[in-house]
Design a protein around this ligand. Structure first.
Ligand code: ADP
Length: 399
């Protein structure tokens, strides 16, 4: 069964075509600047020449049609006709408490996602646009939504409730939801497999660190707590997002810095984090090289990130009681060797011992703690697309 996986943003999308019988990647790519001039379509079929085309692409449906044309292209294509695509799997960001697992997309699901728009005003409309465009371009082919929030729905109320008037939860659904659920689910399952531990008995802390970052405390294979909150802003120091801040900041900035709520929201989401502290970049590679050249604010950005990583791992270890593994994943987690080394050094209170040789790796499955470490620390590259492909296959096969 061939599944087209779509991760749709407001002016861009990433896609993959997967053969879900063998779990092989057939083609991968992205389209950027949709609706703007000079849109870019990137496409790469496994084992074939990369394609990059610049043109004006008006909307998502047009972009999808152009990608589908590539898939059946005589030279760079990987399928002979579009009917070979059995299903489409969508990354869906916010399902609030409406979805505890992946679902077949129908009018009701789209309406439920629309209800969640106030909780994810940038992401959900883009996801819905992608779903509607796929239905338009490939009518009759089933679409499945795989929610970032679904895995976190097992959190107990004591983890997800904010200490605010309870009516805000009842009337406005103000609570912690958590994100990156597909990644936390994938890497925790994979780690349990690698370690040969029964998934239902596996306790771990998954550390997803990319442009956006979140950790999850996973107890008996289920999410128990996570660092992101009602929106993807809470928690760690991220590329451009502040993570945890004092709610008192809002009034203070309004009174003293002449900032409106919109200004503050933009600042917290787009101008903070590594970028805000360093003033240089949101990209960890730029920050690391600036710090190596002696830039003090770049070093402070790394130190602040490190501080919060250690703080959350400590907190989650205390909540879990027993930790079978700490798992690093996503761009920073899979690649930042020195950062992982330093985090392991700072966790000696838990009897953690790193192994520098094993830790000297990027982007591959690897245990990076010493054999006599009290907790296993490992790298597991994330693969959200394969999880979306698997859920899609399972749902569509049962139709
Ligand atoms: P996204 O959240 O957009 O999917 P990624 O998971 O690709 O992002 O992570 C992007 C982050 O990973 C960036 O901060 C980038 O600098 C960082 N990163 C990628 N490669 C390396 C590397 N070799 N060393 C340190 N950081 C890296």
């Amino acid at each position: 069964m061939k599944v087209f996986v779509l991760n749709c943003g407001s002016s861009s999308f990433k896609y993959q075509l997967l053969n879900m019988d063998t779990e092989e990647l057939l083609a991968i790519g992205l389209v950027e600047r949709i609706g703007l001039n000079d849109s870019v379509l990137a496409y790469e079929a496994t084992g074939k020449e990369k394609v990059k085309e610049v043109s004006d692409i008006a909307d998502h449906a047009q972009a999808i049609k152009m990608v589908l044309d590539k898939l059946v292209d005589a030279e760079v294509g990987v399928i002979s006709k579009l009917e070979e695509i059995s299903a489409i799997g969508h990354r869906a960001v916010h399902g609030a408490d409406k979805f505890t697992k992946s679902v077949l997309v129908d009018d009701e699901v789209i309406a439920a996602m629309e209800e969640c728009v106030p909780l994810a005003p940038l992401h959900n409309p883009a996801n819905i646009t992608g779903m509607k465009a796929m239905m338009d371009v490939l009518p009759g082919v089933p679409n499945v939504a795989v929610f970032d929030t679904a895995f976190h729905q097992t959190m107990p109320a004591s983890s997800f409730i904010y200490a605010l008037p309870y009516e805000l939860y009842e009337e406005h659904k103000v609570r912690r939801y958590g994100f990156h659920g597909t990644s936390h689910y994938y890497v925790s399952n994979r780690a349990a497999e690698i370690l040969g531990i029964e998934k239902d008995n596996f306790n771990c802390i998954t550390c997803h660190m990319g442009n956006g970052s979140s950790f999850a405390a996973i107890k008996d294979g289920k999410c128990y707590d996570t660092t992101m909150g009602m929106t993807p802003l809470e928690g760690l120091v991220m590329g451009t997002r502040a993570g945890d801040v004092d709610g008192g900041l809002f009034k203070f900035l309004e009174n003293n810095a002449n900032m409106s709520i919109d200004d503050i929201d933009t600042m917290l989401n787009k101008k903070s984090g590594l970028l805000g502290i360093s003033g240089i970049s949101s990209d960890m590679r730029d920050i690391e090289s600036a710090a190596a050249e002696g830039n003090e604010r770049a070093q402070l950005a790394i130190d602040a990130l490190m501080h919060r990583i250690v703080k959350y791992i400590g907190a989650f270890a205390a909540l879990l009681g027993r930790v079978d593994a700490i798992i690093f994943t996503a761009g920073i987690g899979e690649n930042a060797i020195e950062l992982r080394e330093e985090v392991m050094k700072r966790l000696t209170v838990f009897g953690i011992k790193g192994d520098s040789d094993k830790n000297n790796c990027r982007g591959k499955e690897q245990i990076i703690s010493a054999d006599d470490s009290a907790m296993t620390v490992m790298v597991v590259p994330t693969n959200e697309e394969i999880t979306i492909g698997r859920d899609t296959k399972e749902i569509v096969a049962a139709l």
